[in-house]
Design a protein around this ligand. Structure first.
Ligand SMILES: Nc1nc2c(ncn2[C@@H]2O[C@H](COP(=O)(O)OP(=O)(O)O)[C@@H](O)[C@H]2O)c(=O)[nH]1
Ligand SMILES: [Mg+2]
Ligand SMILES: [Zn+2]
Length: 224
């Protein structure tokens, strides 16, 4: 009856991205490059955590970093300066997330032929990055103490999608009403398989546990 034309764009867009993401994962497996998609809200500590983690892993792996931002290159500069690893910036021209096609373009320009491990710092946002499969081998996120322990209740999807949840800034626990036990329970309710590691990227506490987690994941991925 209605004269308004209705087209469904969401579903087909999602279907295409999922296909592209799966193809990218297969290609990366063949190339032997393990790609990690890192998500969080702005300021949770992605760049600080990556810097510490890369310094703990760079003797063992040839690492690259892709920093996604709407329009800036401060993170890529900071990573390059503080770790010495190959780092590039991806400008998303206003897009608030990365999809598999954008990730593939980034990987082509960083050149993965000499890389074992690539970290992708996704755009700071807890909502739509979780909806788009980037084609990464592992999805991880950072929740920081000042954001509050109720985030798994408010943004369930990102917690469901992640293999690892890092709880950062635990050096500030005494200043915030952040209940680590409750938060863990809420994450587990959403995703019983999630690994949860509390850290302070500032002091370095917990970084070794995260490095160990990655070594195991990469070993398993290579063997399977
Ligand atoms: N107290 C404290 N501050 C941190 C920690 N990790 C990061 N920060 C600070 O939080 C701010 C945002 O960190 P950044 O790594 O840029 O977050 P990003 O936007 O997620 O990449 C910076 O001022 C960091 O110094 C931490 O473990 N403890
Ligand atoms: Mg950053
Ligand atoms: Zn978005």
């Amino acid at each position: 009856m209605s004269e308004i034309k209705t087209i469904i764009v969401n579903r087909s867009a999602y279907a295409d991205n999922d296909l592209e993401a799966n193809a990218l994962r297969a290609y990366l497996k063949e190339k032997g490059t393990f790609v990690v998609n890192l998500m969080s809200s702005p300021g949770a500590g992605k760049t600080t955590t990556l810097t510490k983690l890369i310094n703990a892993l760079k003797n063992e792996y040839r690492i690259g970093v892709m920093e996604a931002d709407i329009d800036s290159d401060v993170d890529a500069i900071s990573i390059a300066k503080n770790t010495g690893v190959k780092s590039i910036q991806l400008h998303t021209s206003g897009m608030c997330h990365l999809d598999a096609g954008m990730t593939k373009s980034g990987l082509d320009s960083i050149d993965i032929n000499d890389l074992d491990l690539v970290f992708l710092e996704n755009v700071g946002n807890l909502v739509c990055p979780a909806e788009f499969d980037t084609g990464a081998s592992l999805d991880i996120m950072i929740l920081s103490v000042p954001e509050g322990d109720d985030k798994p209740l408010k943004y369930p999807l990102v917690f469901e999608k992640c293999d690892l949840v890092i709880i950062n800034k635990i050096d500030t626990l005494e200043y915030f009403d952040f209940n680590l036990e409750k938060c863990t329970e809420w994450i587990k309710r959403r995703n019983k398989n999630a690994t949860i590691i509390p850290i302070s990227a500032k002091t370095g506490q917990g970084i070794e546990l995260v490095a160990k987690y990655f070594k195991e994941k990469i070993r398993n991925w290579k063997e399977n």
